[in-house]
Design a protein around this ligand. Structure first.
Ligand code: SF4
Ligand code: SF4
Length: 433
């Protein structure tokens, strides 16, 4: 008898699609680090199949460990010749673990998990916490606390980004009009973490779209997209978020929904797979997902007017997992950044190897994440670049932390920020008599 209950069971067709060829193994970061079959995609799929066929109890410590140790980076999806959608298997397995195993956890652990995920859909609380962080960071206390905190906690403090008082919802109007002709109306996802901790990136996205002649609709009531919930295996919660976000953009019709966070866009493009048992919602999700575009994908598909000005400092690019492996977007950011840096553009070695961020993996699996981060920073150092384009908030936090830790004077920025800066500089130069 299957160890999974029928609600959100890992899809059998995906389990059966795996032909156990092992082509995914060399691309898997956890397999690279451990050399263990069970920590590879093929090994994890075998574990899921064993539970599905009733040959392994879901309580098995190995099963729980491997579902938790996987980064969810989806490098195995790119490598797989059989088209196994490993992400669906992982999220469903985690969902089953949550529903079947977490009632046996200590109450505080379950409550903490719920509170942490609940925060992402509480913009006011997130904003208040960010303001507390802003005050703390300006109080001088972090220097003292840094000396007092023990090893890992000290590193967590060092990972924190610099907070701003106002979040995106305070800085970005519900509708921003372009100065000249109007090429259409696009929606913009403000995000949850992006909303409060990546305000610069959100503002740059609006400016870049506006400069290209688009009206930008950023409905302030929009909820978190549910990507972190799905990644944690909380599929019903992710569905709830998806329904609310779909409704928001049904009430505020747009030609495209532009997203500057790779993890969010990846889930939003895959919303229809969340609603396989709900035909009405699946149809609405299909219409919504058809409009979702990563901001770089969007910009690379339209004629740019004004064109990208050249800013020739050495520049490289890190592939965010959920952009390269999740959405198959590799060329669009490179095209934009090559235009920006001209001959200064250089490829990063193992550009699509995970940096270790992976949602909250860098906190829950600090050591493994640090090994991956060290490799990434070494590759950036070897590239000789002065700037690195990074199109995902989690990767930005992780890589900026790694650059500080290794004293590497390289600026990590979202590509849309680099473009915005170049356009602003060109406009300032044009205005200067
Ligand atoms: S998602 Fe990444 S870490 Fe997990 S099995 Fe696939 S390649 Fe390995
Ligand atoms: S590459 Fe695909 S088919 Fe081959 S073992 Fe990995 S998941 Fe299975």
């Amino acid at each position: 008898m299957s160890g999974f209950d029928p609600h959100d069971a890992p899809p059998e067709d995906q389990l059966n699609n795996c032909i156990r060829c092992g082509l995914c193994l060399p691309t898997c970061p956890t397999y690279q680090l451990t050399g263990r079959e069970r920590s590879s995609p093929r090994g994890r799929i075998s574990l899921i199949r064993a539970v599905s066929e009733g040959n392994l109890p879901i309580e098995s410590a190995v099963f729980e460990e491997e579902m938790g140790d996987c980064l969810g980076c989806l490098a195995c999806v790119t490598a797989c010749p059989a088209g196994v959608q490993y992400g669906q298997l992982l999220e469903a397995a985690r969902d089953q673990l949550w529903r079947q195993r977490s009632p046996h956890w200590p109450w505080w652990k379950r409550t903490l998990a719920n509170l942490a995920l609940g925060l992402f859909d509480r913009p006011r609380i997130l904003q208040a916490l960010t303001r507390l962080l802003f005050i703390y960071q300006r109080s001088g206390l972090p220097v003292l606390v840094d000396r007092l905190l023990p090893g890992k906690l000290r590193e967590f403090q060092r990972m924190l980004p610099t907070a701003r008082w106002n979040g995106s919802r305070q800085c970005i109007p519900a509708l921003t009009r372009p100065p000249g002709g109007n090429r259409g109306r696009v929606g913009m996802l403000l995000g949850c973490v992006m909303d409060v901790l990546f305000v610069k990136e959100n503002l740059a996205t609006v400016r870049v779209l506006q400069r290209q002649g688009f009206e930008v609709s950023s409905p302030p009531q929009q909820p978190c997209c549910g990507a972190l919930h799905a990644h944690a295996g909380r599929l019903d919660w992710a569905r709830h978020q998806a329904r609310r976000l779909i409704e928001t953009f049904e009430e505020n019709p747009v030609d495209a929904i532009v997203v500057n966070s790779a993890g969010c866009a990846n889930l939003m493009k895959h919303y229809p797979s969340l609603f396989e048992d709900e035909p009405e919602w699946q149809a609405r999700a299909l219409s919504f997902s058809g409009k979702v575009k990563d901001v770089q994908e969007f910009l690379a598909e339209i004629p740019l007017d004004p064109p990208i000005p050249e800013a020739p400092q050495p520049l490289t690019y890190h592939d965010a997992c959920h952009l390269a492996h999740g959405q198959g977007i590799r060329q669009a950011p490179r095209r934009l950044l090559k235009e920006l840096a001209g001959p200064g553009y250089r490829e990063l070695a193992e550009a699509d190897l995970c940096c270790g961020s992976a949602g909250t993996y860098n906190i829950t699996h600090f050591e493994t994440a640090s090994q991956l981060l060290d490799k990434k920073i070494e590759a950036i150092r070897a590239s000789g670049a002065a700037r690195v384009g990074v199109a995902n908030p989690g990767c930005l936090l992780q890589i900026r932390y790694g650059l500080r830790k290794h004293n590497l004077p390289v600026q990590a920025e979202h590509p849309v920020v680099l473009l915005d800066q170049a356009w602003e500089q060109a406009e300032t130069a044009d205005r200067t008599p």
